[in-house]
Design a protein around this ligand. Structure first.
Ligand SMILES: [Zn+2]
Length: 283
């Protein structure tokens, strides 16, 4: 049974989405704990890409995630887009967040996910910096062009780059002449669970592990109602819609499919590649 990857970008919605200067609030911790409980119920290990600013403010939550056996990755320091900050600030943010997470969690950080999938055609230089800093993999590329991010025609499968870094792209499924990023975020919230299930089965038929992502705030239906911040109407609508469905859908997905951390899925890929090479040698 193919193992899929579940990943969580650990951040606080107002700071990551509305204004990068806002403080990180306790709400992000409460929501992360909800996810930790849900993962524990189903004995699922996942990858948690943690924002450096959140780790600074709430180191205990980093320890709780690591203590529960999950893989810790970096989500950068400030949640500013990679293509906005440029190579020097990117390197600084990476070093700072990785150093911080390793100190708190007591485990090596080998994976990175860019804020808002902001490794695009204009910021591919970031992949060389990740390799230079000794990371094992990046999981930041959305292989379909969206409004603010994504690269059309980027490979859909996990692959190794010439610089040695592994790229673990978000799952997309081709349908009707284009690709659909069905395995996370808005799509996971807005479309019925049956669509997620069909997408994962489609990926399985191609021998591709699904790379699914979500955020702690997505299991918090009351957040946008309760926040005392000016939130544009459209943002309120799109970002708040169907959050109540996320936890039940996650439970169904965990019951129906096998999930693990990205590091585990990468190990599976390496094993498969090695046994494939052996089979070829034998033939
Ligand atoms: Zn994020």
């Amino acid at each position: 049974m193919i193992r899929h990857a579940i990943s969580v970008d650990v951040e606080d919605w107002p700071q990551s989405t509305l204004d990068h200067d806002l403080p990180i609030t306790e709400r992000s911790v409460v929501n992360t704990r909800r996810l930790l409980e849900l993962f524990a119920e189903h004995q699922v290990r996942g990858t948690f890409f943690i924002l450096g600013r959140l780790a600074e403010r709430f180191p205990e939550v980093v320890r709780e995630i690591a203590g529960a056996g999950h893989e810790i990755g970096s989500h950068g320091q400030s949640h500013k887009a990679v293509f906005h900050i440029g190579p020097d600030a990117f390197r600084d943010e990476l070093d700072r967040s990785v150093g911080l997470l390793e100190d708190i969690a007591g485990q090596a950080v080998r994976g990175y996910r860019a804020p808002d999938f902001s490794i695009t055609e204009e910021s591919l230089w970031a992949l060389d910096i990740l390799a230079e800093r000794g990371l094992r993999y990046d999981s930041s590329i959305m292989p379909v062009k969206m409004r603010r991010y994504g690269i059309d025609d980027a490979p859909r499968a996990i692959h190794q780059l010439p610089n040695g870094l592994w790229e673990v792209p978000m799952s997309c499924v081709p349908f009707g002449g284009r690709r659909w990023p069905v395995a996370g975020g808005g799509y996971f919230r807005l479309f019925p669970y049956a669509l997620t299930r069909a997408a994962i089965r489609r990926l399985e038929s191609e021998r591709l592990p699904a790379i699914v992502y979500l955020h702690p705030y997505e299991v918090d239906p009351a957040e946008l109602r309760e926040l005392r911040l000016p939130i544009p109407f459209r943002t309120r609508l799109t970002q708040g819609l169907n959050r109540r469905h996320v936890a039940p859908r996650l439970r169904r997905m965990f019951q129906e499919f096998r999930f693990g951390a990205i590091a585990d899925v990468l190990d599976d890929e390496a094993t498969r590649a090695a046994s494939g090479a052996r089979t070829e040698q034998a033939a």
